[in-house]
Design a protein around this ligand. Structure first.
Ligand code: SF4
Length: 159
């Protein structure tokens, strides 16, 4: 136990140095520096989820900017939606959006969420996220880099 404690002390903090604070988006004013986020996988290949995991991991540590993942849309201020919206997920996405209290924000993460990406035209795909619920911000990339996800979240928190 003592050995572990010494190792933690020796290692110190591993998070990347914080880049300068972003210009806050209009949504940031309503959310007052702290954003609770519900993630919705609307049909992703899971690549975007890996990068979201990294954005909230110890290296990029999105929580230090006031962004936090929560388990229920009823506890959330924002939805982080990944993937093209599949037929089976269109209605659950609509219902999840309705369950988030206002003011609420939707962030489309990844090219599939923005424009269906490599799944455009697939038989099981209804369309991009913006065809199902209103989208306030987008993060480009397939998958987007964790730095880009953190930057988008910082624009929401304004920190
Ligand atoms: S944007 Fe790329 S990584 Fe993300 S769900 Fe689509 S194919 Fe997968």
């Amino acid at each position: 136990m003592i050995g572990l404690w010494r190792k933690i002390r020796r290692t110190g903090r591993v998070a990347e140095a914080a880049p300068p604070a972003p210009t806050a988006s209009p949504a940031a004013a309503a959310l007052s520096g702290s954003v609770q986020i519900r993630h919705v996988d609307a049909g992703s290949c899971n690549g975007c989820e890996v990068e979201i995991g990294s954005a909230f991991g110890p290296v990029h540590d999105a929580e230090r900017y006031g962004a936090r993942l929560v388990a229920s849309p009823r506890h959330a201020d924002a939805l982080l939606v990944t993937g093209p919206v599949t037929r089976n997920m269109a209605e659950p996405l609509r219902r999840t959006y309705e369950a988030v209290p206002t003011p609420r924000v939707v962030v489309a993460v990844g090219d599939c969420a923005r424009n269906c990406g490599v799944f455009a035209g697939a038989y099981g795909v209804v369309g991009p996220v913006s065809e199902i619920v209103p989208v306030d911000a987008e993060v480009a990339g397939c998958p987007p880099r964790p730095e880009a996800i953190v930057a988008a979240l910082r624009e929401l928190t304004g920190r």
